[in-house]
Ligand binder design. Structure first.
Ligand SMILES: O=C(O)COP(=O)(O)O
Ligand SMILES: [Mg+2]
Length: 222
């Protein structure tokens, strides 16, 4: 079993989609419902997977471009998407194997935990509750919590501030180049999971401190 050990850490910031929870099923159902409602062609899971990770507005704009719809149709698609996503949030999603065990291990080693996602906060909070992991996190911030989203370092710096830890003692656990770039720019360590969504690109090509096949393989000590 591959593992990744890192000492001297005070906190871990965990990404949501593609890292903690496999949400592709929820995206698939909500997005295709929007497309049906707008009389537009459907989109496959594989195509959706490449568009996840840069926030929901980006996702909707990419989806409309992909099916050949005019950019102005965002105004109709956006409220529909929010309504449909919230209606099914979590019903087609599952925690990844090792996620729960991994969070427990990090917590028992005394690390402070935060969840930082580009997903809207209003989607992230009920989802974490539904999957029984909300209480692991001292704070949870969505893509609308700050002026900038990952890959900008601002959300990570603000999350470190909220936890009261320094970026250099903080590990970002993510699934994409977005997470890694944000972590590097913020001065955090970064480990990427190998099973996530990385915009359709091979994750091993991303500049990171390590790669794991499950969050449970991270052995971070304080
Ligand atoms: O774009 C999204 O909604 C997913 O974002 P995340 O990978 O930062 O959780
Ligand atoms: Mg992600």
């Amino acid at each position: 079993m591959k593992s990744f050990a890192l000492d001297g850490l005070a906190a871990a910031i965990v990404d949501l989609d593609g890292t903690l929870i496999d949400t592709l099923g929820d995206f698939d159902v909500a997005l295709n419902r929007v497309l049906r409602e707008m009389a537009l062609p459907s989109i496959t899971r594989k195509e959706i997977e490449r568009m996840i990770g840069k926030g929901s507005e980006h996702l909707i704009r990419s989806m409309l471009a992909h099916v050949g719809a005019a950019p102005e149709r965002f105004e109709t698609a956006w409220p529909l998407y929010q309504q449909y996503y919230l209606a099914i949030n979590g019903q087609h999603s599952d925690l990844y194997p090792g996620a729960l065990e991994g969070l427990r291990a990090l917590k028992s080693r005394g690390l402070k935990l935060a969840c930082l996602t580009n997903k809207p906060t209003a989607f992230a909070l009920p989802l974490l509750l539904d999957k029984g992991v909300a209480d692991f996190f001292e704070v949870t911030f969505g893509g609308d919590a700050f002026e900038k989203k990952k890959p900008d370092p601002l959300p990570l710096l603000k999350t470190c501030e909220a936890l009261g830890v320094s970026p250099s003692a903080t590990l970002m656990i993510g699934d994409s180049s977005n997470d890694a770039r944000a972590a590097r720019a913020a001065g955090c360590k970064v480990v990427l999971v190998t099973y996530g969504y990385n915009h359709g690109e091979p994750v091993h090509a991303v500049d990171a401190d390590g790669f794991v096949d499950s969050i449970a393989q991270i052995q971070a000590g304080a």
